[in-house]
Design a protein around this ligand. Sequence first.
Ligand code: PLP
Length: 361
Amino acid sequence: MITIPVAEPDLSGNEKKYVDDCLDTTWISSLGKYITEFEQGFAAFCGVRHGVSVSNGTAALHLALAALNIKAGDEVIVPDLTFVASANAVAYTGATPVLADVDKKTWNIDPEKIREKITADTKAIMPVHLYGHPCDMEPIMELASKHNLFVIEDCAEAHGAEYRGKRVGSIGTIGCFSFYGNKIITTGEGGMCVTNDEKLAERMRFLKDHGMTRPHYYHPEVGFNFRMTNIQAAIGLAQLERIDKFIAAKIRNAKLYRQLLSNVPGITFQPEEPYARSVFWLHSILVEDDFRCSRGTLMKDLKAAGIDSRPFFIPMHELPPYRQDGFTVAAELSRKGINLPSSTLLTEDDIKKICSVIAAN
Ligand SMILES: *Cc1c(COP(=O)(O)O)cnc(C)c1O
């Protein structure tokens, strides 16, 4: 019996009221006031001019790549340690996801490894702000400008995270967000592309709605149906009203986990770099070789106490579609990592209980 889940959304604000409004007014499809309000509100939250809502985070990445005309023969550099959607979105366009290993300390894509992977066919870099911690964007942006590459930020796990005072999603060419049920804010399923480039925003709006221009039913290109519904946006707007509270809870919980586990031998964390404000999407630990038991045993102990947990992502290079050798850092992190319960609804007692199981007190 799981009593502490690994993730759980907080829908206790205006979510129900706004969804009821959609039903009462019959605006349940992909037109309506909540879509505009959510797009504008979320873009403003990111410090960016334009927001283009889509049906999920993977569609956001796919749409961004398509709008930048990434296609077969092109290469896009993605981190080896990420959720599979980052690499898959590149594959959907016909381009090749080129893997770069991550940094042992930050767990994020290593700028030096990006440099080694740049070829004449490279068109873009897709940094992923893993577990809510921003990538080291300055060297990445320098490489991009030197080699004339686009930067598509995968911000699916990092809404509100900051790199040197700038919100993620506002640094690269386009920022892509997910609003899946376990993300910092949720719309059930949903996503958004944000950009300061008006032409790109227009192109994304065109491509996500079947590539249609006016007059109706003229389609100069093959587009997509990546539209978000007004109901999803209604939930999103209610979530956005409380996003600062959610982030504060994530930060508070991260501090408590770190404090309670600081003296446990063999447990380490993703450090918060001086350039970063992490939003601690997931509370993740590494079970080092000198810990009292194996990672698998610890996960079983947690489960026996009613506490759910998840292993880290399997690195892309170990998955059949992207199988290749030579990525030692991601492989090691993946082997050692556990994601602990991370909901903003966790109580102090929940976290104390989880930590006492880990510490075997
Ligand atoms: C969640 C996630 C996505 C995909 O989002 P969906 O909304 O599930 O399609 C993409 N990239 C990363 C890093 C994610 O964590």
